[in-house]
Design a protein around this ligand. Structure first.
Ligand code: SF4
Ligand code: FES
Length: 250
C-alpha cells in the first residue's frame, strides 16, 4: 500500500518543530507500525538525512516505550493496543497518517517523537514500592491472597507506564497511571503496611510534576493500551481521603 506520513520533527527541546511529509511506497500490510517507521528511517539514512527519533524496546506491548500519537489518538486507532502491536493492515491504501509525540507539559519533547517521561519515574520513587521486610521470596509468596483480590491487583499491575492516559486527557492528568500503581500495592497484604504514606507521597509528587486534575471524561481508560479501569481512580481517591484523615504527616 502507498501512504502519506506527516511526522513531527523537532531537533531538540528548544526547537519549535513542525510536520514533515513523507510519501511511503509499497508498504507491506503485514508490517507493524514501528516496522513501517523503520522502513522510513532506513530510507532517510540512505539519503543522508537524520532518521526520525522514536522510543521503542520490547515491541511486544510490555515495556511502554513506544509512545506516539497516530492520527490524534495515543497508540493509534486500535483499542487496547500499544503502537508496537499496531499493524498496517488496519490502514488503507492512500491513507494520510499523522504521527506526533505525546503533548503534555510534564512530558517535554526531547527530540522528534521522544518525550521525557522521567516524571513517572519520580512518582514511583516517591512511594511506588514495598520496603517492609516480607522475609525471603518463598515467605512472601506464602501469604494467602484471595483470588478476587489477586486478580484485581494483577489488573492494576498490567499498567506499562506508557503515558497514553496523560496524552489522552485534556488536563494531562496522570491519575490513571498513579491510581494503577497505588491500587496494585494497596490491594495486597505486603503493600498495606505503607499504604497511607505511599498514596500521600505519590499524589504530592504527581501534583509537583505539573500533571492536571481528573475531570472524569474517561478518555484515559479508553485510550489505555492495557484498558486500565477508571475504578482504580475511585480506589485511589478513597485511599487518599482515608490516609488524610489518619495521616502520620498531619
Ligand atoms: S494507565 Fe494505561 S495509559 Fe496510563 S501509563 Fe498505564 S498502561 Fe499507559
Ligand atoms: S515497544 Fe515495548 S510496549 Fe511497545
Amino acid at each position: 500500500m502507498n501512504l502519506t506520513l506527516n511526522v513531527w520533527r523537532q531537533k531538540g527541546p528548544a526547537d519549535k518543530g513542525g510536520f514533515v511529509t513523507y510519501e511511503m511506497k509499497d508498504i507491506n500490510h503485514h508490517m507493524s507500525f514501528l516496522e513501517m517507521m523503520d522502513v522510513l528511517n532506513e530510507r532517510l539514512e540512505r539519503e543522508g538525512q537524520e532518521p526520525v527519533h522514536f522510543d521503542h524496546d520490547c515491541r511486544e506491548g510490555i515495556c511502554g516505550s513506544c509512545a506516539m500519537h497516530i492520527n490524534g489518538r495515543p497508540h493509534g486507532p486500535s483499542k487496547g493496543t500499544a503502537t508496537c502491536q499496531l499493524h498496517m493492515r488496519l490502514f488503507n491504501d492512500g491513507d494520510v497518517i499523522t504521527v506526533e509525540p505525546w503533548r503534555a507539559k510534564a512530558f517535554p519533547v526531547v527530540k522528534d517523537l521522544v518525550v521525557d517521561r522521567s516524571a513517572f519515574d519520580r512518582i514511583i520513587q516517591a512511594g511506588g514500592y514495598v520496603s517492609v521486610n516480607t522475609g525471603g521470596v518463598p515467605d512472601a509468596n506464602e501469604i494467602p491472597v484471595p483470588k478476587k483480590i489477586a486478580d484485581e491487583a494483577f489488573n492494576a499491575a498490567t499498567c506499562i507506564s506508557c503515558g497514553a492516559c496523560v496524552a489522552a486527557c485534556k488536563n494531562a492528568s496522570a491519575m490513571l497511571f498513579v491510581s494503577a500503581k497505588v491500587s496494585q500495592l494497596a490491594l495486597l497484604p505486603q503493600g498495606k503496611v505503607e499504604r497511607k504514606n505511599r498514596v500521600e507521597k505519590m499524589v504530592a509528587q504527581m501534583d509537583a510534576e505539573g500533571f492536571g486534575n481528573c475531570t472524569n471524561t474517561q478518555a484515559c481508560s479508553v485510550e489505555c493500551p492495557k484498558e486500565i479501569s477508571q475504578d482504580f481512580i475511585a480506589m485511589m481517591n478513597r485511599e487518599y481521603i482515608s490516609a488524610k484523615f489518619t495521616s502520620d504527616n498531619l
